[in-house]
Design a protein around this ligand. Structure first.
Ligand SMILES: O=C(O)CCC(=O)C(=O)O
Length: 262
C-alpha cells in the first residue's frame, strides 16, 4: 500500500469513528505477535492469582483485570506505542496525549447476566460533554464473538455527550466483533460495557489502551508506578506517562523528589 493509500484509509476510518463512535481495524497483529502477547498476559494473570493480588470480578469471580501492563512485559510497551494505533489516537485527540491506563480484561465463562454497567471512558467529567477527552484502543487477543463477551456498544451514543442510563443490566444493540489481531478504536464518549461470556470454555482476552488529552490526570499514576527500568529502556514513554511538562502543566519548580518507595 502506498503512503497516500494508507493516509486515505486512516482518514476514512477516522470519519467512521466521528459518525459511529468506533471502528474496527483487522489484521494489525500477526500470529507471532499475538502468540507472544497471549503468553505474556497469561503469565501476568497467573502471577496476580498466585500473589493474591488478582483483580477478579463478576458473580463467580471468573473475569480478571490485569492493570498497569507497561510493567508486565515488553510486549505491552509495544502495544501502547504501536504506530498505527497512535495514528488513530492522534487523529482523535491531537498531537499530545497521555496514556491513562494500559490494562487487560479477560472474560471467562461464569455468571448468568451481564456484569458491568454501560459506561464511557470520560465519566469523570460532569455532563454535558462538549468534546472528546479520551480514546480507547481495544486490542483483540482472541476472536471477539457474540458469545464470548465481546464489548457491548451503543453506536452513535458518543454524539449524546452524556452518561448512559443508570440501568444495572446494560442493554446495547451491538458488540465489537472481529478476529484476534484486530484493534478497535473507540471514542471516549461511546456508551459501552463488557459482554457476558456465554461459552463453556473460552476466554476472551483483550488489552485496552486508554489515552487522554494531556491536561488530565490519568487512571494510572505512572510517575509513581512505572518501573524505572522500563522507562530507562524506553525514554519515549516519558511524555505519554506524564513525566514531562506539558505547556505550563506538570513542571517541577523546585528540587525533584522521588516518591517511588512512598
Ligand atoms: O472488556 C470489555 O469488553 C470492555 C472494557 C471496558 O469497558 C473498559 O475498559 O472501559
Amino acid at each position: 500500500m502506498t503512503h497516500v493509500e494508507h493516509a486515505a484509509e486512516v482518514e476514512g476510518l477516522l470519519l467512521e469513528i466521528e459518525e459511529n463512535g468506533y471502528c474496527i481495524v483487522p489484521d494489525v497483529l500477526d500470529p507471532d505477535q499475538l502468540a507472544s502477547i497471549r503468553v505474556a498476559l497469561d503469565r501476568a494473570a497467573a502471577e496476580d492469582d498466585a500473589s493474591g493480588r488478582a483483580s477478579r470480578y463478576g458473580p463467580s469471580l471468573s473475569n480478571q483485570r490485569v492493570w498497569a501492563l507497561l510493567n508486565r512485559g515488553e510486549e505491552f510497551v509495544q502495544l501502547a506505542t504501536h504506530l498505527l494505533a497512535l495514528e488513530f489516537v492522534h487523529g482523535q485527540l491531537g498531537p499530545d496525549v497521555l496514556l491513562s491506563n494500559l490494562s487487560a480484561n479477560i472474560t471467562a465463562p461464569g455468571g448468568d447476566r451481564e456484569i458491568g454497567r454501560l459506561h464511557t471512558d470520560q465519566g469523570f467529567l460532569l455532563e454535558p460533554w462538549p468534546y472528546r477527552l479520551a480514546t480507547n484502543v481495544a486490542w483483540f487477543l482472541d476472536d471477539f464473538t457474540k458469545e464470548n463477551g465481546a464489548t457491548l456498544i451503543v453506536p452513535k451514543s458518543h454524539t449524546l455527550g452524556t452518561f448512559p442510563p443508570h440501568d444495572l443490566a446494560p442493554s446495547a444493540p451491538e458488540q465489537l466483533i472481529g478476529p484476534a489481531g484486530s484493534m478497535a478504536i473507540v471514542d471516549g464518549r461511546l456508551h459501552h460495557a463488557t459482554g457476558l461470556n456465554r461459552t463453556k470454555d473460552q476466554k476472551r482476552r483483550a488489552v485496552f489502551a486508554t489515552y487522554y488529552l494531556p491536561f488530565l490526570r490519568g487512571q494510572e499514576n505512572w510517575t509513581r508506578s512505572l518501573n524505572p527500568d522500563v522507562l530507562a529502556k524506553h525514554p519515549d514513554l516519558a511524555a505519554i506517562t506524564g513525566f514531562e511538562e506539558w505547556q505550563t502543566l506538570g513542571g517541577i519548580n523546585g528540587p525533584a523528589t522521588s516518591y517511588l518507595n512512598f
